[in-house]
Design a protein around this ligand. Structure first.
Ligand code: NAD
Ligand code: MG
Length: 348
């Protein structure tokens, strides 16, 4: 079993092993101070994995109830949150009990926010079941829900007590959702880890899954190191936004026809084309292509930079963005908004 220890306001481990979901009862009981859990999950994941988790908890002498909501980003909202609070009241959850987030980033973010706020804070454990959740959203303690004014606008920093990653759960993921997660894995390789990039570059959508445990461990280690230095996102954590400034603009411009992973993939390639040597961009594009992800987005650059102006990372007239002059060497740059627009809009 791979163990990555995270040091933040709360210390916790990320455990990665094939088949771990079926055997995690005693690990869960050990990380919590209770034998009473509430599992939070969506309907798709419930169907696939709740039974295994309930069985594992039962074997460890624990009791658990399941709160299940409809899958999809639309459920990461105040309506679902209020229903979850009611469910926790009915289940008699006390401050020493523990929530378990079983699912992708939607489940993880919502459960984490409920754990941060219910009874002014209770413990929660992450069991992420998408690649994106295993390498990104389950680690680092950012939790949130969406409100009509925007995505992730209401949230809290709340670290989990334990993260359990079972790469076997990825076998049931639809291909395009796996690729979305791969886009973030490529990002980690680009900012910090040439070996990870080479591993991703040597595989493709059809043969990458057997490498999942290595990929997850490397990505989590990078996120762990960055979060340890900047838990509350005031500096270095910005590195994790490579491809995201433009990516968020692409998501919005396409009216979310581009998924987050697709938009980040295109955003990385388009930014790289303007800021890195051609050989670096060519390798990035080659790798992104292996996973059927887009390397470009067809729209006038002025329309995209105008949307970058709305990006929440633009503070005091300055915009921070991340460039990778070489693979594995992400750097944070700051520019005035007009200078950023000029750089992006210059024809290649
Ligand atoms: P998701 O949770 O919506 O999962 C995608 C789909 O896959 C869902 O329909 C789900 O039911 C299904 N699914 C999950 N696991 C499955 C499995 N093993 N087999 C088959 N189907 C499965 O989406 P996501 O991409 O995991 O996460 C996106 C969310 O994560 C967004 O809300 C985003 O804001 C958030 N996020 C948070 C952070 C953070 O730091 N907290 C970081 C990145 C993203
Ligand atoms: Mg992202």
């Amino acid at each position: 079993m791979r163990r990555i220890s995270v040091h933040a306001s709360t210390d916790y481990d990320v455990l990665v092993e094939h088949g771990l979901l079926r055997q995690c009862g005693s690990l869960l009981a050990g990380a919590a101070v209770t034998r009473h859990f509430v599992i939070v999950t969506d309907d798709t994941v419930d169907e696939l994995y709740s039974k295994d988790l309930l069985h594992a908890l039962d074997m460890a002498g624990c009791k658990a109830e399941c709160f299940v909501f409809p899958h999809g980003e639309a459920s990461k909202c105040s309506g679902t949150l209020l229903k979850l609070y009611d469910f926790l009241c009915e289940s008699g959850i006390t401050r020493s009990d523990c929530l378990i987030a079983l699912g992708g980033g939607v489940v993880g973010d919502l459960t984490g926010f409920a754990a941060a706020t219910f009874l002014r804070g209770i413990r929660y454990i992450q069991i992420p079941t998408t690649l994106l959740a295993q390498i990104d959203s389950s680690v680092g303690g950012k939790t949130a829900i969406n409100i009509p004014g925007g995505k992730n606008l209401v949230g809290a920093f709340k670290q989990p007590s334990l993260v359990i990653c079972d790469p076997d759960t990825l076998k049931t993921l639809p291909g395009h959702i796996l690729s979305d997660g791969i886009a973030e894995a490529i990002k980690y390789g680009m900012i910090r880890d040439p070996g990870l990039f080479a591993l991703l570059d040597a595989h493709n959508s059809d043969n990458v899954l057997p490498q999942a445990d290595e990929i997850i461990a490397r990505c989590v280690t990078i996120k762990r190191d960055i979060v340890a230095k900047d838990e509350f996102d005031t500096g270095e954590r910005m590195l994790l936004n490579f491809g995201h400034t433009l990516g968020h603009a692409i998501e919005r411009h396409s009216e979310f026809a581009y998924t987050h992973g697709q938009a980040v993939a295109a955003g990385m390639c388009m930014l790289s084309a303007r800021t890195a040597a051609p050989a670096v961009t060519a390798r990035l594009i080659g790798c992104v292509n292996n996973y059927g992800l887009p390397t470009d987005y067809d729209a006038p650059m002025q329309e995209l930079t105008a949307l970058c102006g709305h990006d929440k990372k633009r503070m005091g007239g300055e915009l921070s963005y991340v460039v990778c002059p070489a693979i594995g060497q992400g750097e944070i740059r700051k520019a005035s908004f007009p200078d950023f627009c000029r750089m992006m809009e210059e024809s290649l």
